[in-house]
Design a protein around this ligand. Structure first.
Ligand code: CTP
Ligand code: MG
Length: 335
């Protein structure tokens, strides 16, 4: 059977806009959900401050960076003014406090890479993870949220990519695939690279916001309300961008030599970062530089098996966008 390649025909790809936008819209959390999150945060704030009056609670992750789909878990950071050497002790104490306040499924995971307490609030039905002093995550959440305010196409693309990754089983770092955070950075970088660009490079502009966290200077231009027309000379639609995004990761990205870098708004070379060799378990088979902790490759979780799974999924998605009559269904078919 001869399949017609969709990109040959401009109007054919544009036909995909409205079904893709409908999916994006169905993923946006309803306002009541935001209110429930705030209610749970207020309850936890009260409990934490009773025990540690100087501590502050911050939301981070998808509930705060605006890339959260409906019914996501929420991520909370308890920040203390001083360094905490024994996070386990704090987390175990916190788990006790939460348990006695009737929160459910309370569990302290003190040996995790990022140690947390997990819980479920029976009043709102919301599950959440609480970590200690992970202020870099609070700051990178703010950066992502600021990018999202510049052009709605980032929102649309990231929702669709995250939904695709969850549906296809390639959003699990413990299985060697990528975190949601990594996928959003891939979307930001991709939109920085369009010509004309759809997103600017906020860390390459004048500094209007700056904090130093764990000796890392986090600085960028955060007056994003001045940038809401930034991408307007690029008229690409969501269908074209979803198509091009998967095509890029399937057939164009140079996995052997390139690092994607939101910090610089460009591609940089693996050699420049000394990410060319395997050291212990860090393999660098797909390289995504953290915008602030520049020595951190978010692709380091990917191993020689999962890179194949990941690339096969990018190719499948690109081919679905090329040829499938109903890509808005096939793209998200459970694996
Ligand atoms: N994070 C990080 N470094 C990583 C992974 C995550 O700093 N290697 C932080 C980021 O601040 C991110 C947050 O942890 O926003 C939550 O990560 P993740 O669960 O990947 O993303 P969410 O946006 O919460 O996505 P989901 O909707 O899938 O929960
Ligand atoms: Mg999350």
């Amino acid at each position: 059977r001869m399949l017609k390649r969709r990109t040959d025909c401009h109007s054919d790809i544009l036909r995909l806009d409205s079904p893709l936008l409908a999916i994006y819209e169905s993923l946006i959390p309803p306002v009541e959900e935001k209110a429930k999150q705030k209610q749970l945060l207020a309850l936890l704030d009260k409990l934490v401050c009773k025990e540690w009056p100087e501590a502050r609670l911050y939301l981070y992750g998808s509930c705060e960076n605006s890339f959260g789909v409906s019914k996501s878990d929420i991520d909370i950071c308890v920040a203390f003014n001083e360094d905490i050497h024994d996070k386990s002790e704090i987390l175990l104490k916190l788990a006790d406090i939460l348990q006695s306040d009737n929160l459910q499924n309370v569990q302290a995971l003190t040996r995790a890479r990022v140690p947390i307490v997990k819980l479920m609030d029976p009043l709102t039905g919301i599950s959440c993870d609480i970590c200690v002093n992970n202020v870099l995550a609070v700051v990178n959440t703010r950066l992502l949220r600021d990018y999202a305010k510049i052009d709605v196409r980032l929102w649309q693309l990231a929702f669709i990519v995250k939904h695709w990754a969850k549906s296809r089983g390639v959003n699990a770092t413990y299985q060697g695939t990528l975190s949601s955070y990594a996928y959003v950075l891939m979307c930001i970088h991709f939109l920085q690279q369009r010509r004309p660009a759809i997103l600017p490079c906020l860390q390459g502009m004048e500094t209007t916001f700056s904090v130093t966290v764990d000796d890392v200077e986090c600085a960028y231009f955060d007056k994003v309300e001045n940038l809401c027309n930034f991408g307007s000379s690029n008229q690409e639609t969501i269908a074209q961008l979803v198509w091009a995004f998967f095509n890029y990761w399937a057939y164009i990205h140079d996995y052997a030599n390139s690092v994607i870098s939101v910090r610089t708004g460009s591609l940089i070379s693996k050699g420049e970062k000394d990410w060319t060799r395997r050291i212990d378990n860090d393999r660098h088979l797909i390289c995504i530089e953290d915008p602030f902790v520049v020595s951190h490759d978010l692709g380091q979780v990917v191993d020689k098996f999962s890179i194949k799974v990941l690339r096969a999924e990018f190719e499948r998605a690109a081919d679905v966008m090329h040829y499938d009559p109903n890509p808005w269904i096939t793209l998200f078919e459970p694996y």
